[in-house]
Design a protein. Structure first.
Length: 147
């Protein structure tokens, strides 16, 4: 037998509460259970979103590392090698500037979207810290690569 989802339980409790509407304790108890079920569903959804966002942030940081490694490789090529290329790589300074600006923005916006159901102040605080962390990670990677 299939277990009903939390959303189905919440909808069923709301139906039961509206059926027994009136000044009795049963309706109040059912509404209380409904509110608790909605809170549980909200936390489950935000936890799942947070897990997906964490995986995406890790992938973003791996891609940043790859981009910076390729930028350091291209910066070490002699000018004769890049002159014969059909498509020349952009200057390393441009790559570094764009990477330093865009990565913290992506990471902080993802964290904000994932945590907004738990409250705006908490979401803004954690998203800000995550963006600063991404900036520091990117900056330290640039320093480690000697760019």
């Amino acid at each position: 037998m299939r277990r009903p989802s939390n959303i189905y339980k919440a909808a069923h409790m709301l139906y039961t509460a509206t059926t027994f509407a009136g000044p009795n304790d049963l309706a109040i108890g059912v509404l209380r259970q409904f509110v608790l079920s909605v809170i549980r569903v909200n936390k489950t959804v935000s936890n799942n979103a947070l897990m997906v966002i964490a995986v995406f942030i890790a992938a973003t940081l791996v891609i940043v590392r790859i981009i910076l490694v390729f930028a350091s490789i291209f910066s070490q090529l002699p000018s004769e090698a890049t002159a014969s290329m059909t498509i020349t790589p952009p200057p390393v300074e441009d790559i570094l500037f764009v990477t330093l600006q865009i990565v913290p923005l992506i990471v902080s916006l993802q964290m904000l979207v994932a945590l907004i159901p738990r409250g705006a102040p908490l979401a803004l605080a954690i998203a800000s810290v995550a963006g600063i962390g991404a900036y520091v990670f990117t900056y330290m990677t640039i320093i480690a690569l000697g760019l």
